[in-house]
Design a protein around this ligand. Structure first.
Ligand code: TMP
Length: 216
């Protein structure tokens, strides 16, 4: 594993927790302070990874097996890491990523019931030589998240029933215990600006080095 001059900060949480908004608020504030920031998302962020995203989220692809799903997420990720994340970290940038490996453990591991150790190995392979990073978990009960996302059309994963999303949520909380040095939890039930204040506390601690983050 290699430590790079840049920093990777990942935003995680159930669907509807407000990750995209929080990534934007954090990026704006960091840019105003003079940091060079790169925003990206998973699955996606490169031409190939966006193509894989379409396969994964298309609600017509009902026959996709859980293992195929897990491997496609890992493939999209390995391309993003190689093409975007590692070069940006090498160049000293701050990378803000909307979802990353913890999503695979929560959704494919807990949601689909795949073996966690197998998922970890496949994803370790996909991450190549990526070192420490920090994950901010935007915590919101799944019923709340699904309510917030009601207005738009649901993708293949969002169409799963509430028990699936409950398992995903339990999964995230398991991961908080498993990776205490890397994952920081923020209550996402309040207004975006208040959530941002909490996010900022953890993010700046990681950037300034008082919080070391951790590996996957
Ligand atoms: P998004 O709606 O946050 O863009 O994410 C797309 C969906 O993909 C979301 O329902 C969560 C799911 N997902 C996984 O199941 N596993 C993963 O590894 C990732 C990155 C996302």
């Amino acid at each position: 594993m290699v430590e790079y001059p840049g920093k990777l900060i990942v935003f995680e949480g159930p669907d509807g927790a407000g990750k995209t908004t929080q990534v934007k608020l954090a990026a704006e504030r960091l840019q105003n302070m003079g940091y060079s920031v790169l925003m990206t998302r998973e699955p996606g962020g490169t031409r190939l990874s966006e193509m894989i995203r379409q396969l994964l989220l298309d609600s017509d692809n009902r026959e996709m097996s859980p293992v195929t799903e897990a491997l496609l997420y890992a493939s999209a990720r390995s391309q993003l890491v190689a093409e975007v994340i590692l070069p940006a970290l090498t160049a000293g940038k701050i990378v803000l990523c909307d979802r990353f490996v913890d999503s695979s453990l929560a959704y494919q591991g807990f949601g689909r019931g795949l073996d966690l150790e197998m998922l970890r190995q496949v994803n370790r392979f996909a991450l190549n030589r990526l070192g420490r990073f920090c994950t901010i978990l935007l915590d919101l009960p799944p019923e709340e998240g699904l309510k917030r996302g009601k207005k738009r059309e649901k993708d293949r994963l969002e169409q799963e029933d509430i028990t699936f999303h409950q398992r995903v949520w339990d999964g995230y909380h398991f991961l908080v215990k498993k990776y205490p040095e890397r994952i920081r939890v923020v209550d996402a039930s309040s207004q975006p600006e208040l959530v941002h204040q909490q996010v900022w506390k953890h993010l700046i601690a990681f950037i300034k080095g008082s919080h070391q983050g951790g590996v996957f």
